[in-house]
Write a protein that binds this ligand. Structure first.
Ligand code: GLN
Length: 469
């Protein structure tokens, strides 16, 4: 069900928020082996009861998310709840305050059901890096749900909740949405406050929704968005250029970027989606974005640099479980050696390396310069087209353990990371099914809008996707 459908039932009273929560909890129990959730929040029942009462007195005047059960990626702080970011080092960490987005979701009446599984500190594309075991794809349990917001995607795909919140540093909302047949939205950098998100790459991270419809994604995004005194990178409404909404859009395809590495049937489906757009009256043109192809290289320099600095706080003294050593340095070394997983350590090492005095200019400095050039390239592109279209991922969901070659896993992000490097918004929409081993698996198409053009993506998405639901 979509949020909108659920709300309609709450208003008539045929189904209450308490009923919805009970159904959510039974679904989670039935699907325990999917392992979508790390935590269930006991406060949810009181929230659902309060929401049920509100509908009795307020009816359709109740706030827009009143009684809607939501799953929250477990790297977003919820006061009093265990928030581990799927890391052993935070195994016993209970959040002492609400993230700004959580405050806003609460004010809109949402019922916060539980914390979902992820790759440790959001580093990964499969949830295989979770310290507490992977999440399975509900559509084929031999395959990954994507990552790092794999638990959030699985929670929606298995029908436990109508929507979930994830975070996206390089594709972690859009890629799992693609693998699980959902809508996934990554906002313009700064549209949504990062206060209370466990940081991965601070100049990349944004929180956003995974949903069954574009309208639901819009509703959740608009609830969470806004300037926040606690996050100086949030943008104010008056710095937004006016978003031009059109009846028909002009869409650019960066053809050179799509030449290799994409599964043949994924590409076929992509072409079919282009044909559908043309039939619907949109205009599709080929464009060139030569710098986009360098995005992956820049991402795997700038992102680890930020990771190494953000994760310095987990030393067993300031944050994280302490493992005693012989002296202070020993405490640090033991705590981090035992508390952090292999992928996280790899990125910290890579990050400290590219930031070190002798290599800063050669790697980090160049990568940041490339980000500026990519922003300029995109700005120019958007003088000509309204949207840019790519596949979300080169393949459908892959099998557990199949990406042992690290680079193969990193290539998953090839189409999604340029979006975070440049800060623009993008949405992944279900584009159809491909077959693997006799099973139908979903794949997504990504649409990218200019900076602060979030509203255009919602308008376009509702036209081409929601209208067919
Ligand atoms: N898969 C990407 C990575 O491993 C993206 C992660 C994310 O967006 N949090 O870094």
């Amino acid at each position: 069900m979509t949020i909108k459908e659920l709300r309609a039932k709450f208003i008539t009273g045929e189904y209450t928020p308490v009923d919805a929560l009970n159904d959510t909890l039974s679904n989670i129990k039935e699907n325990e082996d999917i392992h979508a959730f790390l935590e269930l929040f006991s406060a949810a029942l009181d929230q659902a009861k309060a929401a049920t009462e509100r509908f009795k007195t307020e009816g359709e005047k109740a706030p827009l998310l009143c009684g809607i059960p939501l799953a929250i990626k477990n790297n977003i702080l919820i006061q009093g709840e265990r928030t581990t970011a799927a890391s052993k080092i935070l195994e016993n960490y209970h959040a002492t305050y609400d993230a700004t987005i959580i405050k806003k979701l609460r004010e809109a009446g949402a019922v916060l059901v539980g914390g979902t599984n992820l790759d440790e500190f959001a580093m990964g594309s499969s949830t295989e890096n979770s310290a507490f075991g992977p999440t399975k794809n509900p559509l084929d349990s031999s395959r990954v749900p994507g990552g790092s917001s794999g638990g959030s995607a699985a929670a929606v795909a298995m029908g436990a909740v109508p929507a979930a919140i994830g975070t996206d540093t390089g594709g972690s909302i859009r890629q799992p949405a693609s693998f699980c047949g959902l809508v996934g939205f990554k906002p313009t950098y700064g549209a949504v406050s990062r206060f209370g998100l466990i940081a991965m790459g601070s100049s990349f991270d944004q929180a956003g929704p995974l949903t069954n419809s574009v309208a639901d994604a819009e509703l959740l995004h608009n609830t969470m968005a806004g300037t926040d005194a606690m996050d100086s990178t949030t943008i104010t409404p008056d710095t937004y250029p006016e978003v031009i909404i059109k009846d028909k859009y002009r869409i650019g395809i960066p053809r050179d970027f799509l030449k290799e590495g994409i599964d043949a049937d994924v590409m076929e489906l992509f072409e079919k989606n282009i044909q559908d757009l043309i039939e619907a009256g949109h205009e599709v043109v080929n464009i060139e974005l030569p710098l986009f192809a360098k995005g992956l290289a820049a991402y795997y320099i700038s992102m680890p640099a930020e990771v190494s600095s953000n994760l310095a706080r987990y030393d067993g003294i300031r944050f994280g479980t302490k493992v005693e050593g012989d002296d202070l340095l020993g405490d640090y070394l033991n705590s981090r050696a035992e508390g952090l997983g292999a992928e996280v350590k790899r990125r910290i090492l890579l990050g400290t390396y590219v930031l070190s005095a002798g290599y800063y200019d050669a790697y980090y400095g160049k990568s940041e310069a490339l980000r500026d050039m990519m922003r300029e390239e995109l700005k120019d592109t958007f003088k000509d087209v309204d949207l840019v279209m790519t596949p979300t991922t080169p393949t459908p969901a892959f099998k557990f353990g199949s990406q042992e070659d690290l680079l193969a896993m990193y290539v998953q992000d090839i189409f999604t990371v340029p979006v975070n490097l440049t800060g623009v918004p993008a949405i992944s929409l279900p584009a159809g099914m491909v077959q693997r081993d006799g099973k139908d698996l979903p794949v997504g198409v990504q649409y990218i809008a200019p900076h602060a053009g979030d509203a255009r993506l919602f308008d376009f998405g509702k036209k081409i996707y929601d209208s067919k639901l």
